[in-house]
Design a protein around this ligand. Structure first.
Ligand SMILES: Cc1cc2nc3c(=O)[nH]c(=O)nc-3n(C[C@H](O)[C@H](O)[C@H](O)COP(=O)(O)O)c2cc1C
Length: 192
Protein backbone atom coordinates (compact mmCIF):
# COMPACT_ATOMS: atom_id res chain seq x y z
CA UNK A 1 0.00 0.00 0.00
CA UNK A 2 1.16 3.56 -0.53
CA UNK A 3 0.63 4.35 3.12
CA UNK A 4 1.22 2.32 6.23
CA UNK A 5 -1.86 0.14 6.87
CA UNK A 6 -3.76 1.07 10.02
CA UNK A 7 -5.18 -1.71 12.16
CA UNK A 8 -7.52 -0.88 15.03
CA UNK A 9 -8.09 -3.38 17.86
CA UNK A 10 -11.29 -3.31 19.90
CA UNK A 11 -11.69 -5.56 22.90
CA UNK A 12 -11.13 -6.23 26.55
CA UNK A 13 -12.92 -6.40 29.85
CA UNK A 14 -12.55 -4.38 33.07
CA UNK A 15 -10.55 -7.28 34.55
CA UNK A 16 -6.79 -6.61 34.90
CA UNK A 17 -4.96 -8.97 32.51
CA UNK A 18 -8.15 -9.53 30.54
CA UNK A 19 -7.54 -12.53 28.31
CA UNK A 20 -9.73 -10.91 25.65
CA UNK A 21 -7.51 -7.84 25.56
CA UNK A 22 -4.35 -9.96 25.53
CA UNK A 23 -5.65 -11.86 22.50
CA UNK A 24 -6.43 -8.66 20.61
CA UNK A 25 -2.96 -7.34 21.56
CA UNK A 26 -1.36 -10.53 20.25
CA UNK A 27 -2.86 -9.96 16.78
CA UNK A 28 -1.90 -6.27 16.83
CA UNK A 29 1.68 -7.12 17.86
CA UNK A 30 2.13 -9.32 14.78
CA UNK A 31 0.56 -6.69 12.52
CA UNK A 32 2.92 -4.08 13.98
CA UNK A 33 5.96 -6.32 13.41
CA UNK A 34 4.92 -6.48 9.76
CA UNK A 35 4.84 -2.69 9.50
CA UNK A 36 1.25 -1.74 10.33
CA UNK A 37 0.29 1.21 12.50
CA UNK A 38 -1.81 -0.25 15.31
CA UNK A 39 -4.13 1.24 17.92
CA UNK A 40 -5.86 -0.63 20.72
CA UNK A 41 -9.12 0.26 22.42
CA UNK A 42 -8.93 -2.14 25.35
CA UNK A 43 -11.00 -2.62 28.48
CA UNK A 44 -10.07 0.77 29.96
CA UNK A 45 -10.87 2.73 26.80
CA UNK A 46 -14.11 0.83 26.15
CA UNK A 47 -15.19 1.41 29.77
CA UNK A 48 -14.74 5.16 29.25
CA UNK A 49 -17.38 5.21 26.51
CA UNK A 50 -20.82 6.27 27.77
CA UNK A 51 -23.92 4.28 26.90
CA UNK A 52 -24.44 4.96 23.22
CA UNK A 53 -27.42 7.21 22.55
CA UNK A 54 -28.39 7.21 18.85
CA UNK A 55 -30.80 10.10 19.47
CA UNK A 56 -28.18 12.50 20.81
CA UNK A 57 -25.58 14.35 18.74
CA UNK A 58 -23.39 15.02 21.76
CA UNK A 59 -20.24 12.96 21.87
CA UNK A 60 -17.37 12.84 24.37
CA UNK A 61 -13.75 13.20 23.31
CA UNK A 62 -13.28 9.46 23.91
CA UNK A 63 -16.24 8.64 21.66
CA UNK A 64 -14.95 10.89 18.87
CA UNK A 65 -11.45 9.42 19.11
CA UNK A 66 -12.82 5.88 18.83
CA UNK A 67 -15.09 6.63 15.87
CA UNK A 68 -12.32 8.50 14.04
CA UNK A 69 -9.83 5.68 14.55
CA UNK A 70 -12.22 3.13 13.02
CA UNK A 71 -13.04 5.55 10.19
CA UNK A 72 -9.32 5.67 9.29
CA UNK A 73 -8.69 1.94 9.78
CA UNK A 74 -7.75 -0.40 6.94
CA UNK A 75 -8.39 -3.46 9.09
CA UNK A 76 -10.08 -4.13 12.42
CA UNK A 77 -9.65 -6.74 15.15
CA UNK A 78 -12.55 -7.30 17.55
CA UNK A 79 -12.37 -9.39 20.71
CA UNK A 80 -15.21 -10.13 23.09
CA UNK A 81 -15.68 -12.33 26.10
CA UNK A 82 -18.77 -14.48 25.95
CA UNK A 83 -21.19 -13.19 28.57
CA UNK A 84 -24.33 -15.27 28.98
CA UNK A 85 -23.78 -16.84 25.60
CA UNK A 86 -23.29 -13.60 23.67
CA UNK A 87 -21.18 -10.53 22.97
CA UNK A 88 -20.46 -8.50 26.14
CA UNK A 89 -22.29 -5.22 26.64
CA UNK A 90 -18.99 -3.30 26.76
CA UNK A 91 -18.05 -4.57 23.30
CA UNK A 92 -21.51 -4.10 21.84
CA UNK A 93 -21.76 -0.56 23.21
CA UNK A 94 -18.58 0.37 21.31
CA UNK A 95 -19.83 -1.31 18.12
CA UNK A 96 -23.19 0.45 18.37
CA UNK A 97 -21.38 3.80 18.62
CA UNK A 98 -20.03 3.11 15.12
CA UNK A 99 -23.53 4.01 13.92
CA UNK A 100 -21.83 7.42 13.66
CA UNK A 101 -20.10 6.05 10.52
CA UNK A 102 -23.43 5.29 8.87
CA UNK A 103 -23.38 8.21 6.42
CA UNK A 104 -19.68 7.96 5.56
CA UNK A 105 -18.62 7.28 1.99
CA UNK A 106 -17.29 4.03 3.45
CA UNK A 107 -19.92 3.21 6.10
CA UNK A 108 -19.16 1.17 9.24
CA UNK A 109 -16.50 -1.48 8.35
CA UNK A 110 -17.35 -1.31 4.65
CA UNK A 111 -15.08 -3.51 2.54
CA UNK A 112 -12.49 -3.98 5.27
CA UNK A 113 -11.15 -7.18 6.83
CA UNK A 114 -12.21 -7.81 10.43
CA UNK A 115 -10.52 -10.43 12.62
CA UNK A 116 -12.73 -11.88 15.36
CA UNK A 117 -11.66 -13.32 18.72
CA UNK A 118 -13.73 -14.71 21.60
CA UNK A 119 -12.87 -15.86 25.11
CA UNK A 120 -15.28 -17.98 27.13
CA UNK A 121 -15.30 -20.34 30.08
CA UNK A 122 -16.61 -23.10 27.81
CA UNK A 123 -16.56 -24.23 24.18
CA UNK A 124 -20.27 -23.79 23.46
CA UNK A 125 -20.40 -20.10 24.43
CA UNK A 126 -17.20 -19.43 22.49
CA UNK A 127 -18.70 -20.88 19.31
CA UNK A 128 -22.05 -19.12 19.48
CA UNK A 129 -20.46 -15.79 20.40
CA UNK A 130 -18.02 -16.02 17.50
CA UNK A 131 -20.98 -16.71 15.17
CA UNK A 132 -22.83 -13.72 16.67
CA UNK A 133 -19.82 -11.46 16.10
CA UNK A 134 -19.65 -12.60 12.47
CA UNK A 135 -23.32 -11.66 12.08
CA UNK A 136 -22.66 -8.22 13.55
CA UNK A 137 -19.70 -7.63 11.23
CA UNK A 138 -21.75 -8.71 8.20
CA UNK A 139 -24.48 -6.26 9.25
CA UNK A 140 -21.81 -3.57 9.44
CA UNK A 141 -20.55 -4.41 5.93
CA UNK A 142 -17.20 -5.80 7.09
CA UNK A 143 -15.46 -8.90 5.82
CA UNK A 144 -14.73 -11.30 8.67
CA UNK A 145 -11.38 -13.01 8.07
CA UNK A 146 -11.75 -16.70 7.22
CA UNK A 147 -10.11 -17.59 10.53
CA UNK A 148 -11.91 -16.70 13.73
CA UNK A 149 -10.53 -17.72 17.12
CA UNK A 150 -12.43 -18.78 20.24
CA UNK A 151 -10.53 -19.88 23.35
CA UNK A 152 -11.71 -21.67 26.46
CA UNK A 153 -10.16 -19.83 29.42
CA UNK A 154 -10.80 -22.77 31.75
CA UNK A 155 -9.03 -25.37 29.62
CA UNK A 156 -6.42 -23.16 27.96
CA UNK A 157 -3.78 -21.02 29.68
CA UNK A 158 -2.12 -19.49 26.63
CA UNK A 159 -0.47 -16.43 28.24
CA UNK A 160 2.73 -16.19 30.27
CA UNK A 161 3.01 -14.05 33.45
CA UNK A 162 4.00 -11.03 31.34
CA UNK A 163 0.89 -11.43 29.16
CA UNK A 164 2.83 -12.80 26.17
CA UNK A 165 1.18 -15.52 24.09
CA UNK A 166 3.09 -18.75 24.82
CA UNK A 167 0.74 -21.34 23.28
CA UNK A 168 2.24 -22.35 19.93
CA UNK A 169 -0.98 -23.66 18.38
CA UNK A 170 -2.87 -20.53 19.29
CA UNK A 171 0.04 -18.41 18.08
CA UNK A 172 -0.26 -20.10 14.67
CA UNK A 173 -3.97 -19.21 14.54
CA UNK A 174 -3.30 -15.61 15.58
CA UNK A 175 -0.51 -15.37 13.00
CA UNK A 176 -2.90 -16.66 10.31
CA UNK A 177 -5.42 -14.00 11.30
CA UNK A 178 -2.77 -11.25 11.06
CA UNK A 179 -1.80 -12.52 7.60
CA UNK A 180 -5.42 -12.60 6.45
CA UNK A 181 -5.87 -9.04 7.70
CA UNK A 182 -2.80 -8.02 5.69
CA UNK A 183 -4.15 -9.73 2.55
CA UNK A 184 -7.47 -7.92 3.05
CA UNK A 185 -5.65 -4.59 3.37
CA UNK A 186 -3.70 -5.25 0.12
CA UNK A 187 -6.96 -6.08 -1.67
CA UNK A 188 -8.34 -2.80 -0.39
CA UNK A 189 -5.42 -0.79 -1.79
CA UNK A 190 -5.94 -2.38 -5.23
CA UNK A 191 -9.55 -1.27 -5.34
CA UNK A 192 -8.56 2.41 -4.97
C1 LIG B 1 -21.22 -11.73 33.43
C2 LIG B 1 -20.47 -12.92 32.89
C3 LIG B 1 -21.14 -13.84 32.12
C4 LIG B 1 -20.46 -14.93 31.58
N1 LIG B 1 -21.14 -15.83 30.82
C5 LIG B 1 -20.48 -16.89 30.30
C6 LIG B 1 -21.18 -17.85 29.51
O1 LIG B 1 -22.38 -17.76 29.26
N2 LIG B 1 -20.48 -18.90 29.02
C7 LIG B 1 -19.13 -19.05 29.24
O2 LIG B 1 -18.55 -20.02 28.75
N3 LIG B 1 -18.45 -18.14 29.98
C8 LIG B 1 -19.09 -17.08 30.52
N4 LIG B 1 -18.42 -16.17 31.28
C9 LIG B 1 -16.95 -16.32 31.43
C10 LIG B 1 -16.18 -15.38 30.53
O3 LIG B 1 -16.59 -15.51 29.18
C11 LIG B 1 -14.70 -15.70 30.57
O4 LIG B 1 -14.26 -15.66 31.91
C12 LIG B 1 -13.90 -14.73 29.73
O5 LIG B 1 -12.72 -15.36 29.37
C13 LIG B 1 -13.55 -13.46 30.46
O6 LIG B 1 -12.68 -12.65 29.66
P1 LIG B 1 -11.50 -11.77 30.29
O7 LIG B 1 -10.39 -12.71 30.71
O8 LIG B 1 -11.10 -10.91 29.13
O9 LIG B 1 -12.02 -10.98 31.45
C14 LIG B 1 -19.08 -15.09 31.84
C15 LIG B 1 -18.40 -14.15 32.64
C16 LIG B 1 -19.09 -13.08 33.17
C17 LIG B 1 -18.35 -12.07 34.01
Amino acid sequence: MARQPRIVGIGGTQRPNSSTELLVRAVLDICEKHGAHVQLFGGEELSALPHFDPYSKERTEAENEFVEAVRQADGIVIGSPSYHGGVSGLTKNALDLLEDLRSDERPYFDGRPVGLLVTAAGWQAGGVTLAALRGIVHAMRGWPTPIGVAINTIEQKPFGPDGALIDEQLHAQIDAMAQQLAIGCIGLSQRH
